[in-house]
Design a protein around this ligand. Structure first.
Ligand code: SAM
Length: 331
């Protein structure tokens, strides 16, 4: 058994109530988390919901050079920590958040603030210059923009969003950041495959989710709408979007499915059902990146067994810098 893959390694609900129930997190959530994470990961993960989180950003390489922006931010008094796996990414301590947000590079759209975990799905998709890319749940466009940078603004990214206000935000962001290769669409992504079946080289589905990975115990708005019913509702939505995403993909193409949730119903179970529905046509591929916060996807949950290949998916355990996330690459 691997860490993070065995419900048997979880602490009992009694232990969890006694030792780990931090204020500000929904009780049912903490109990579930104790069944999802391995014991050594549980306490640091719970602690991270209440601790200040460092701030990560990417340089907008469509309009700026990394060295010049770094020089400017350092001159403004910021201490930058480079990110070893993405040349254009850096972090600053939580203490320096306001200084970073007030800086000229941020005000002028030459940097984009984005959690480090959120940078993993586009890196896993590895969009190449000149390709046809679909981003099926795109607003506000953090990952769309990251892919536009990787593609050096060549090829085309079709970016779909169904909530009107969020669609406008996506469109404005792409314009402001100079992401000219992006074509935003106001559309229900569950229907996109009808317009563009088997059309795209690569598809990103960063699905709407219960956002458990972004809970903050001092910010009630982040946890207010959580319930197990919400998790089930999200799981159904995610399945419909993922089936559409798969049907949009050219034969031989790649897809990345991600959420910022811990619930297996929104992650491994969605992938398991996809593999059953499209048997033989879709397989799980390794996430082409390793990180100390990564854990293998679960192969069972509350008595349900999942396809063995799902252990190639990755869960990101939250810490002082990273939000909780789930990433799966499919081919
Ligand atoms: N990928 C985005 C980013 O990195 O900036 C974040 C995406 S957020 C997790 C999920 C988005 O999917 C939300 O903006 C939500 O409004 C949108 N969404 C929900 N249902 C959708 C649907 N049926 N079709 C398209 N977008 C949808």
């Amino acid at each position: 058994m691997t860490p993070g893959s065995s419900p048997k390694q979880s602490v009992s609900p009694d232990d969890s109530d006694e030792k780990h129930q931090p204020a500000g997190l929904p009780e049912g959530f903490v109990e579930r988390l104790s069944e999802i994470l391995a014991i050594p990961d549980l306490e640091p993960a719970l602690g991270s919901f209440g601790a200040p989180r460092n701030v990560a950003f990417r340089v907008n390489t469509l309009v700026a050079k990394v060295e010049e922006v770094v020089e400017e931010l350092v001159a403004a008094g910021l201490e930058l920590c480079p990110v070893s796996w993405l040349e254009s990414a850096f972090t600053v301590s939580a203490h320096d958040r306001e200084l970073l947000l007030d800086s000229r590079p941020h005000r002028e759209g030459r940097i984009y603030v984005q959690n480090l975990s959120s940078m993993i799905p586009p890196l896993s998709l590895d969009a190449q210059p000149g390709e046809e890319i679909l981003d099926l749940a795109a607003a506000p466009g953090s990952k769309t923009h990251q892919m536009a940078c990787a593609m050096r603004n060549t090829g085309r990214i079709t970016a779909v969003e169904v909530v009107r206000a969020r669609y406008y935000k996506l469109r404005d962001n792409m314009e402001r950041l100079g992401a000219d290769c992006v074509r935003p669409f106001f559309q229900d992504g569950t229907r996109t495959w009808r317009h563009r079946p088997e059309f795209f080289d690569r598809v990103l589905l960063d699905a709407p989710c219960s956002s458990e990975g972004r809970f903050r115990s001092d910010t009630p708005e982040t946890t207010r709408y959580w319930s197990t019913r919400k998790v089930s509702e999200m799981s159904r939505k995610q399945r419909r979007l993922l089936y559409s995403a798969i049907r949009c993909l050219k034969p031989g193409g790649s897809l990345v499915y991600s959420t910022c949730s811990f619930s297996p119903e929104e992650n491994e179970m969605v992938v398991h059902k996809l593999l059953a529905k499209f048997a033989g046509a879709v397989r799980v591929a390794p996430v082409p990146l390793e990180h100390p916060q990564f854990r293998k996807g679960l192969t069972s949950w509350r008595g349900r067994e999942f396809d063995d290949s799902i252990s190639m998916t990755r869960r990101i355990i939250p810490d002082a810098t990273m939000d909780g996330f789930f990433v799966c690459r499919l081919e």
